[in-house]
Ligand binder design. Structure first.
Ligand code: PMP
Length: 306
């Protein structure tokens, strides 16, 4: 594969893609103690914009705080670097990946004497779950893997190690002919997808699981705001998998997955088996906002031009 992502910001320097390397003894590579973000930038009519950059950067710092890591840069430095990397790589739309990780000064499970490194890469990344699935929806399977227990790993942190649970679930789901996994918490209630939050619609009302065992998704928050601003109520409740079987509509949200309809769970058709009306409306509104077409949501955008 001939990949060239232009330059990658590494610890304050802009490094050509081929040279952006880490040592084999990088501590995070061994044990997964790191934190990261997934951010998107979209092309709009006259320029481009990073969607909710400040919220993503705040979450990065919160994730670090949760795992006891001190990021040796200010939020402004991280934000400026994200904008600069898009400009240098001439990306009008992109997926941006900031990550903070521990250096290779020592292996072992004590991080307090290790350096904290930061990298920011950006590349062109299309729809995570497939362009046509944004219209037709995906098939989802309930995972045999329980979502990370809240007192085992901490779900408010977007931490590298947390994703082993997601990877096991996603691989199992795809192996079984589904496109994504639905993970239940240790009590059996719906938590989230491997990299998405979930919503269901029943009798015109919108529901989403409480955040106990799920990441506090920024897309989830955006969807809640869109719905509320349009007079629709979103209830955060405990959701069971059979509520999804009998829902009228269901969809996943995430920076990568955007707003992806779910047409089937465990072989049961959800609603009409097509993208639902409310899902379609929220999805279209979401895309209008991220593409800078809705002045009311300008506060979410960090505009830049190439
Ligand atoms: N849950 C998990 C486990 C995720 O990895 C993601 C993607 N970051 C989400 C939910 C959705 O979060 P966001 O909308 O902030 O991308």
């Amino acid at each position: 594969e001939n990949r060239d992502f232009g330059e990658i910001w590494m610890d304050g320097k802009y490094v050509p893609w081929q040279e952006a390397k880490v040592h084999a003894l990088t501590n995070t590579l061994h044990y997964g103690a790191g934190v990261f973000e997934g951010v998107r930038a979209y092309e709009s009519d006259k320029d481009s914009s990073i969607f909710r950059m400040h919220d993503h950067t705040n979450r990065l710092f919160q994730s670090a705080h949760i795992i006891g890591m001190k990021i040796p840069y200010t939020k402004k430095e991280i934000n400026d670097a994200q904008i600069e990397i898009l400009k240098r790589n001439k990306l009008k739309s992109a997926y941006i990946r900031p990550m903070a990780y521990y250096g290779g000064e020592a292996l072992g499970l004590l991080m307090n004497k290790l350096s904290v490194r930061v990298m920011i890469a950006a590349w062109d990344w299309g729809s995570y779950l497939g362009e046509e699935n944004l219209i037709h929806g995906i098939k989802v399977g309930t995972s045999s893997y329980t979502r990370n227990h809240v007192n085992s790993v901490l779900s408010k942190a977007k931490a590298n190690g947390n994703y082993l649970n997601s990877i096991m679930a996603r691989q199992e789901a795809v192996h079984n002919g589904h496109q994504e996994a639905l993970l239940l918490d240790h009590q059996g209630y719906v938590a989230e997808g491997s990299g998405e939050n979930i919503f269901v619609v029943k009798d015109g009302k919108i529901y989403t699981p409480t955040l106990t065992s799920a990441l506090a998704g920024i897309t989830r928050d955006t969807i809640i705001h869109i719905a509320q601003n349009q007079g629709m109520e979103v209830k955060e409740i405990q959701i069971t998998r059979d509520m999804i079987y009998i829902a009228d509509e269901a969809f996943f949200t995430g920076t990568a997955a955007e707003v992806t309809p779910i047409r089937e769970l465990d072989g049961r058709t959800i609603g009409s088996g097509k993208r639902g009306e409310i899902t379609e409306h929220l999805q279209k509104t979401y895309f209008s906002i991220v593409k800078g077409k809705m002045p009311d949501y300008e506060k979410y955008l960090t505009r830049y031009s190439i």
